[in-house]
Design a binder for this molecule. Structure first.
Ligand code: ADP
Ligand code: MG
Length: 251
């Protein structure tokens, strides 16, 4: 579902991703762990096409994300191609990033109407179902500022799901929440992981959550995946010293 082939990303002289290769298979839930500043968010931002790789290719659901083949040659993709491939991908950020001037329902219907071309009624119906799913069926008419952080994050999750993406990217989605609100959001994500076919790539420091939902944990450091494996193995008996050090600092 997701493939990075030899992806390099630099910011000036800072090589953040260094010939990075990894694959996420359909319906799998992969957790990305690693020190702060190691490039985890950059990986997700590349997938959202908020950034472009300097070298290498990214494939999503069999389609190149930032490139197109023309006359057998790989060329930078046009806006239309990027928009099409990106429809498969939803993202939830650490800072919920809701539209502050729109009510909850409208936050969720905006992209389905404008990007997918759903009618208002269809989009409203889809949004109401999702708000029920995330436990906020009665807050359609609230503005984001009238909700708690945990509620806002659940709206952001509903908003991502409203596009029916094949891939859900989660970037430290509970890091900005008060501790007592974390559980509700993680329970919701566990539920989504266990009851849908969605492929998940998630960056988190919540190791219990990672253990519960992940098929695979990838340890990322200095621009490369240095080790990956089943969560039990990764958390209980990692091979690499660097992974052991990191885990002993966060567990
Ligand atoms: P992580 O999510 O693992 O904490 P990031 O992907 O956010 O790491 O950042 C990786 C590195 O890239 C950091 O050194 C950061 O300073 C740098 N970086 C990220 N975004 C930018 C940017 N837009 N411009 C310049 N440097 C950036
Ligand atoms: Mg980050």
């Amino acid at each position: 579902m997701i493939r990075f082939d030899n992806v390099t990303k630099r910011f000036g002289s800072n090589t953040v991703l260094d010939s990075l290769d990894f694959t996420v298979y359909p319906r799998k839930h992969v957790t990305l762990i690693g020190p702060s500043g190691s490039g985890k968010t950059t990986i997700l931002r590349l997938l959202m096409t908020l950034l472009k790789p300097d070298e290498g290719t990214i494939t999503v659901d069999g389609e190149l994300l930032c490139h197109e083949r023309r006359d057998g040659k790989l060329v930078p993709a046009g806006e239309k191609h990027i928009r099409e491939v990106r429809k498969n991908i939803g993202m939830v950020f650490q800072q919920f990033n809701l539209f502050p001037n729109m009510k909850v329902l409208r936050n969720i219907t905006e992209a389905p109407v404008h990007v997918l071309g759903l009618s208002r009624d269809e989009a409203d119906e889809r949004a109401r179902e999702l708000l029920d799913l995330v436990g906020l069926g009665d807050r359609c008419d609230a503005y984001p500022s009238q909700l708690s952080g945990g509620q806002q994050q659940r709206v952001a999750i509903a908003r991502a799901l409203a596009m029916r993406p094949k891939v859900l990217l989660l970037d430290e989605v509970t890091s900005a929440l008060d501790p007592e609100l974390v559980v509700g959001v993680l329970d919701l994500l566990r539920d989504i992981a266990h009851t849908t076919d969605i492929t998940m790539l998630c960056v988190t420091h919540e190791m219990n959550f990672a253990r519960d939902v992940s098929d695979c944990v990838m340890m990322f450091d200095e621009g490369k995946v240095i080790e990956f494996g089943h969560p039990e193995k990764m958390f209980n008996d990692p091979e690499k010293q660097r992974t052991r050090e990191f885990l002993s600092a966060v567990l």
